[in-house]
Ligand binder design. Structure first.
Ligand SMILES: C[S@@+](CC[C@H](N)C(=O)[O-])C[C@H]1O[C@@H](n2cnc3c(N)ncnc32)[C@H](O)[C@@H]1O
Length: 327
């Protein structure tokens, strides 16, 4: 069976292996292979591999010493890892039990196995979980050199957005003032601060803000992160005209907060506006809402229209990168 591998010339092999290990991306269940001057390094989450690396599917041997859940099952299992918390999505209770037991028995480091028990719901965008193995719902997730502690039962978090967050983070420059209106546990705020930005993160979920503070400290950027618990539409007045960059990751209802975004925006401001829309017009509603909120106050230039991922049949999670310039 082929697995995704990073392909590098032999002389870059060790440096690349180290870089991928630091990002916790190496697939330890398969062997690194050397063939004719090229090294193939199996990776667990190819979508998180930084740009610039070549990824190729390759039939590399399994590590004899590692037992994977697939080795213990008669179906091809699908699961996500957040550190030692393993997430599954199984409707059939028998299949969920079988998969959870196989994960616990395998060599994957596992503290807890959680099955999705509801959709993401409510203002705080948290879902219910069925705890199948272990007890704790707190995980420590590593992403592009940052570490995030988070309690899945109390806060929103999706590892699937890692590549998108990295795309935006790469645009951040030292000294800029960035405002994350819906910050969660800090997956935008912390890497922004690591790049030298001064960051304000707001969230209505008090537990998320506690984690944002802890994560700022954990990643050595506390002095550049201000974490505020509250409704951003109320906090906005304190930061009028402040931001060089604004992140709005509250798909489905970000449009309701565009007046606050305009209030927070400085003379020239980049806005990253996340939305979920039908495939027929994925970017139009967001663009129209931004232009309406900016009115005559700001010139609006849409610099990038980007599809983040497919969300549901015929629906996409998209982002608009927008430049606002005060007229
Ligand atoms: C989709 S999550 C995004 C969290 C984070 N940016 C991330 O990528 O993981 C949206 C967040 O917005 C927060 N939220 C919802 N309404 C809010 C409001 N009026 N003011 C501040 N935060 C709000 C929720 O609690 C939730 O943590």
């Amino acid at each position: 069976m082929s697995v995704p591998c990073v392909r590098v010339p032999r002389e870059d092999g060790e440096q690349t292996r180290q870089a991928l290990a630091d990002l916790d991306l190496i697939d330890g269940t398969h062997q690194i292979v050397h063939e004719e001057g090229t090294i193939y390094i199996p990776v667990a989450e190819p979508e998180q591999v930084p740009e610039g690396y070549d990824i190729e599917p390759r039939a590399v041997p399994r590590r004899e010493t590692q037992t994977t859940p697939a080795d213990l099952l008669d179906f091809d299992p699908s699961y996500e890892r957040l550190g030692e918390v393993i997430i599954i999505d199984e409707d059939d209770p028998d299949r969920a039990r079988e998969l959870a037991d196989a994960i616990a028995e395998s060599d994957i480091p596992t503290k807890t196995v959680l099955n999705r028990a509801s959709k993401i719901q409510g203002v705080e965008r948290v879902r219910d979980w069925e705890v199948l193995v272990g007890e704790e719902t707190e995980a420590v997730h590593r992403e592009y050199g940052c570490e995030f502690a988070l309690d899945l039962a109390a806060v929103y978090f999706s590892p699937r957005l890692a590549t998108e967050r990295h795309r935006v983070t790469q645009q951040v420059s030292e000294g800029e003032q960035a405002f994350d209106m819906f910050a969660g546990v800090g997956p935008f705020a912390i890497p922004f601060a690591k790049r030298g930005a001064e960051v304000v993160g707001v969230d209505i979920n008090e537990t998320a803000i506690e984690y944002l503070r802890k994560n700022a400290s954990r990643n050595g950027v506390s002095e550049r992160v201000t974490a505020i618990h509250g409704d951003v539409s109320k906090v906005a007045a304190e930061y009028e005209g402040w931001a060089d960059r604004i992140v709005m990751n509250l798909p489905h209802s970000a449009d309701e907060f565009l007046d606050s975004a305009v209030q927070i925006a400085g003379e020239e401001c980049r806005l990253h506006y996340y939305d979920i829309q039908h495939e027929d017009d994925p970017f139009g509603p967001g663009e129209r809402a931004i232009r309406a909120a900016a009115g005559d106050e700001y010139a609006v230039t849409v610099e990038n229209r980007h599809t983040v991922r497919s969300y549901a049949p015929h629906e996409y999670n998209v982002v608009l990168d927008v430049r606002l310039q005060r007229r």
